[in-house]
Design a protein around this ligand. Structure first.
Ligand code: 5AD
Ligand code: FES
Length: 356
């Protein structure tokens, strides 16, 4: 195969609405072939460290939102994070992802020190996923050695975005702009969306996929919206649904369609088979994601006493497992579909191409 024919917005929309099994089987096959050709058969592992569940924001979908008083809040110490990073090295991972709520108790200097220590003591690539911080913070962490930044824009529909993200006083939220800034100062950038947000239409989702292309993302993570009862979007009957026939379902099938289309539109991107997908299909959601366009998994290395408190959505996969159990589980799943565990850091193929 030489290149991928450019999918128009109309093509994307038609595929999102496609329900014929034979046609969909062709889509999976096409996405898998493009994945094989552009990013190969290696599946890179990123060790996820959920190091703080404090959050100052009130995202209407997220179980960690500041209003949820039922969450027992924690912050891991720098030494605890370092121990997780060393454990990730022991498992052969090339990257750790430091993820937290938007926690202003995490200062620029403190997180900068943690990044510096990881970079000094290990060969790991460091990805940060700590929300919308100031340009000063982001640049400081880059100087400390951070390599990548994850910030999902969640939806490209501005009205829907505003409805589910109450603003911080006086600060305008523009995640695509922040992603472009992150890229301009040298980060690899990752983003993504939720699928099936109440009020999200097929047109919105087609726009999301077009925005993936436009932002030229290095990593793109998508997963189904999963209602959490302790959040404003958790009660079905109270939602502003899109008109009948236009509302995107938050289904497993729709997630595969988006993974596959994302691979076709952004052939060099790193695309994870996400925990949310593994949550809607505990049996083989991860494997099916990997067979329909994805090339990355993010095994959780957070210590068990903390991970059960990081309940973004209910029944989250891996919540009771240890890092060792997740490692074995992922290894088994990857090998069961005839793929290999990636070696090295798994840097963005997109970047390498862009630099050439
Ligand atoms: N359902 C699915 N995904 C969610 N996220 C947050 N809350 C939910 C939910 N209820 C996703 C968001 C966020 C990522 C860390 O988790 O996309 O960016
Ligand atoms: Fe955690 Fe399967 S990856 S239990």
């Amino acid at each position: 195969m030489n290149g991928v024919p450019r999918l128009t917005r109309g093509d994307i929309l038609r595929w999102l609405k496609e329900n014929d099994r034979v046609r969909l089987a062709q889509l999976w096959e096409w996405a898998d072939a493009v994945r094989h050709e552009f990013v190969g058969d290696e599946v890179h592992l990123r060790g996820l460290i959920e190091f703080s569940n404090y959050c100052s924001r009130q995202c209407a979908y997220c179980g960690l939102n500041a209003r949820n008083a039922d969450v027992a809040r924690y912050r891991m110490s720098a030494d605890e994070i370092l121990a997780c990073a060393h454990q990730a090295v022991g498992f052969g991972y090339g990257t750790v992802v430091l993820q937290s709520g938007e926690d202003y108790g995490i200062t620029r200097e403190w997180l900068g020190d943690v990044v510096r220590r990881i970079k000094a003591e290990t060969p790991l690539a460091v990805t940060l996923s700590v929300g919308e911080r100031t340009e000063g913070d982001l640049a400081y962490w880059k100087d400390c050695g951070a390599d990548r930044y994850l910030l999902r824009f969640e939806t490209s529909n501005r009205a829907l975005y505003d409805r589910i993200h109450p603003p911080r006083a006086g600060i305008y939220s523009d995640r695509p702009a922040l992603l472009r800034y992150l890229r301009s100062i040298g980060y690899e950038i990752g983003s993504g969306v939720m699928i099936g947000i109440p009020g999200q239409t097929y047109e919105d989702l087609a726009d999301d996929i077009e925005l993936f292309r436009e932002l030229d993302l290095d990593m793109i993570g998508v997963g189904p919206f999963l209602p959490h009862e302790k959040t404003p979007l958790g009660k079905e009957e109270e939602q502003l649904w899109a008109p009948l026939g236009e509302q995107v379902p938050n289904s497993e099938l729709m997630t595969y369609k988006v993974v596959a289309l994302t691979r076709l539109v952004c052939p060099y991107a790193n695309i994870p088979s996400t925990t949310a997908l593994a949550t809607v299909n505990t049996k083989n959601g991860r494997e099916l994601g990997l067979k329909r366009g994805a090339n990355i998994v993010m095994p959780n290395v957070t210590p068990p006493q903390y991970r059960e408190k990081y309940e973004i959505y209910p029944a989250k996969a891996c919540i009771r497992e240890t890092a060792g159990m997740c490692h074995q589980c992922m290894k088994h799943r990857i090998e069961s579909i005839g793929r290999q565990i990636g070696k090295g850091r798994g840097d963005s193929p997109n970047r390498t191409i862009r630099r050439d």
